[in-house]
Structure formats: C-alpha cells, structure tokens
Design a protein around this ligand. Structure first.
Ligand SMILES: O=C(O)CCC(=O)C(=O)O
Ligand SMILES: [Mn+2]
Length: 209
C-alpha cells in the first residue's frame, strides 16, 4: 500500500474479513490507515472541504439532511440521489490520495466521492441502497471512515435480516456485486455523547459518452 503523505511503511495489524451477508459481497479492512494517517486526513478534510447542509424535498417540504456533505469528482460527474442534484467540486489533494489508495487496494477505478461529516450522534443517514442508475447494476463502493466509530447497519430487502458492523477510525469497507440490489444500509442516530466522524464513499459513475 502506498502512503503518499507519510514516509513510514506501517502495516495494519488486524486482517481484513468478509461480512457474513448472504447475497452480498462486503469486505471490511480494520486499521486500513494507521491512526496517525487517519488523524491527519480527518483534520485536513474537516478544514479544507466546502461542507454544506443540503436539503431534500419530501412531502412538499424542504428538509435539511442531518449531516454536512461535499461531492467531488471528475468534471462530468453529476450525481442525483433522493431528488438532490450534485455538481462535482474538484478533487482535493487528500481526496485524491485516499482515492488512489482505495483503487490500489480494491483494483477498481473511482471517478467521484461523496464526503459526509456527522458532527455528533444526532447526525445520521437513513436506510438506503446506493442503486442509482448511474452507478450501474453491481457497483463497487469503497467507504473510508475517519473519526468516531459508528455502527453501520445492513438490512436485507426481502428477509429483513439485519447485520451490524462498527466502522472504526481508519477503516475501509468495500461493498460490491449484488450488495446494493439485496440490502439497505444506514447510520442511526444515538443519544450518546460522541465525537464527529467523516465518511468517504468512493464511486464510479457510468457516464454517457
Ligand atoms: O457514513 C457511512 O458510513 C455511510 C455513507 C453512505 O452510505 C453513503 O454515502 O451512501
Ligand atoms: Mn450508501
């Protein structure tokens, strides 16, 4: 693994594993980044991204989403989800460096990333699947967590079976194959006093020529 912001070659101590999810393919890499790398990336991303609180239109009302976000990618990567249309901000040094680490790990190309900043336990992401047509039928999504560990909930669309994986500081979660077809996922609110968390989901949008 290449470490663009560091000269050291520390390796993760915990091994990656596949989550026990029928009809999905999800791999979890704890300590994918060292604590030192993850701390530095988090600090730089908090300071440098153009964070904004977007709103979704639901039931004729404009509802602010419970987190801040920032959408980045190649110039043509326009993305629409839940009625919200996002135009890409350019790649920053940190987002591009982490993208290249993800590509090297996963063997896939990513042309865009959604950054989410959960400021505290009241920030959340409701259950959803990343199944927008522009992601294609079987997207590979690389999700990097920086900051507070939060439970990531999977729910099978038909059987309703649930599985929880706590996503730790510096971890990588890779969802691929038919995962989005069969499962919802999300981050619940908590009343516990907790710190903030950044999540980066690297994606490959399939764009018309
Ligand atoms: O914050 C997370 O771990 C999940 C983010 C997510 O599901 C998304 O951006 O689509
Ligand atoms: Mn998602």
């Amino acid at each position: 693994m290449q470490l663009p912001l560091f000269s050291g070659t520390e390796k993760a101590v915990k091994s990656p594993f596949t989550l026990p999810l029928p009809e999905a393919h999800v791999r979890y890499y704890p300590q994918w980044l060292t604590t030192e790398q993850a701390n530095l990336y988090k600090k730089r991303l908090v300071e440098s991204l153009p964070w904004r609180q977007d709103s979704l239109r639901m039931f004729g009302k404009s509802i602010p989403i419970p987190r801040l976000q920032s959408w980045h990618g190649d110039a043509n990567c326009h993305y629409t989800y839940s009625g919200l249309s996002l135009s890409p901000a350019p790649w920053t040094k940190e987002l591009a460096a982490i993208r290249d680490l993800c590509s090297a790990e996963v063997g896939a190309h990513f042309n865009s990333v959604l950054a989410n900043w959960y400021r505290d336990g009241q920030d959340s992401m409701s259950m959803h699947a990343d199944d927008e047509p522009e992601l294609g039928p079987a997207p590979t999504i690389a999700s990097v967590t920086l900051g507070e560990a939060r439970p990531f909930v999977f729910k099978h669309k038909e059987t309703k079976a649930r599985h929880v994986q706590v996503l730790e500081h510096g971890s990588l979660l890779v969802m691929s194959g038919s995962t989005q077809h069969h499962y919802f996922h999300g981050i619940a609110k908590t009343t516990k006093p907790i710190g903030d968390r950044i999540n980066l989901t690297y994606r490959q949008l399939i764009l018309p020529d």
